[in-house]
Design a protein around this ligand. Structure first.
Ligand SMILES: C[S@@+](CC[C@H](N)C(=O)[O-])C[C@H]1O[C@@H](n2cnc3c(N)ncnc32)[C@H](O)[C@@H]1O
Length: 271
């Protein structure tokens, strides 16, 4: 049986309305999400074909890698831990030179060869026993997939050296992406919780800096854009497919030209 977060919430707590207008309700709502996550152990599955499709059309990896490299320039670092590789070591290839040791934790079985100098731990971050501490941790577009995001973050923090930095990357809520998500949530008649907000709640009280980098998804047709954005709706695969015509209608009205903009949020946590 497939539970979405909202279905779970409705089942457990009933509906909370007007979240966008009432800040305190929003907080309660978010807290309820955490509880629901905890009870149901909800998990979004990573779909490699949808990810590949997104990669064909986006410049986000170049944008992110350049920015993270600029943070590392000129400072000596011992070690980097990257969590969630994807299908190719974009980050590692470009960041390896800043470190003596580079470790990747990835739970999917990898067929791809990794460049020499990169150590791969083929395990789930949430289950991994590790007693090593790192200078830098990169967790780009992986937090969506954790069963317990707060615990996964706390584990990162415990594996970070004093003065070390975690670089999270998540999609932001502005530009074309946020309004699309909100339009979709209206179509399915459910409140939508952005991982960005969820992460900001988890990081409350920590030393955090935030950077916004617009990335572009290029598309040849609205049908192509629909396919390319599938991975962004991997918590609602059936609903997304079912609403295809309405989503394409939304694109026609709201997305002009041949670029769809997603704000990449780099959230840096300094220990
Ligand atoms: C959307 S991809 C992001 C890849 C890359 N970091 C990027 O920014 O494009 C998420 C990756 O995280 C991996 N992943 C998901 N959950 C994980 C976990 N619990 N432990 C380790 N890797 C995980 C997936 O298998 C996938 O390779």
């Amino acid at each position: 049986m497939l539970f979405t977060v909202d279905k779970t919430l409705k089942l457990l707590f009933g509906r909370v309305n007007n979240c966008s207008q009432e800040k305190s309700w929003c907080k309660i709502y978010r807290r309820r999400f955490f509880i629901a996550h905890f009870i149901v152990g909800l998990m979004v599955e990573f779909n490699i074909d949808w990810y590949k499709k997104l990669l064909e059309g986006t410049n986000e990896k170049e944008v992110l890698v350049q920015k993270i490299a600029s943070f590392l320039e000129g400072k000596p670092h011992e070690s980097c831990l990257e969590i969630g590789l994807g299908i190719s070591p974009y980050f590692a290839q470009n960041l390896l030179k800043y470190f003596k040791k580079y470790v990747i934790v990835e739970n999917r079985l990898l067929k791809e060869e990794l460049p020499t100098g990169i150590e791969l731990i083929n395990k789930d971050w949430e289950k991994l026993d590790i007693d090593e501490k790192f200078d830098v941790i990169v967790a780009s577009h992986v937090i969506y997939y954790f069963k317990d995001k707060k615990k996964a973050f706390e584990k990162m923090l415990s594996q970070l050296k004093e003065g070390g930095r975690i670089f999270f990357v998540v999609n932001g809520k502005e530009s074309d992406y946020g309004p699309l998500k909100l339009a979709f949530s209206k179509l399915i008649n459910e409140e939508y919780l952005f991982t960005y907000d969820e992460l900001k709640d988890i990081l409350e009280g920590h030393n955090v800096r935030e950077y916004t980098l617009p990335s572009a998804v290029n598309f040849s047709s609205y049908e192509d854009l629909f396919e390319t954005l599938k991975i962004s709706f991997d918590a609602y695969p059936k609903e997304y497919e079912h609403l295809k015509d309405k989503i394409i209608e939304y694109f026609k009205e709201n997305i002009k030209g041949n670029k769809f903009v997603i704000d990449q949020k780099i959230i840096e946590v300094i220990k």
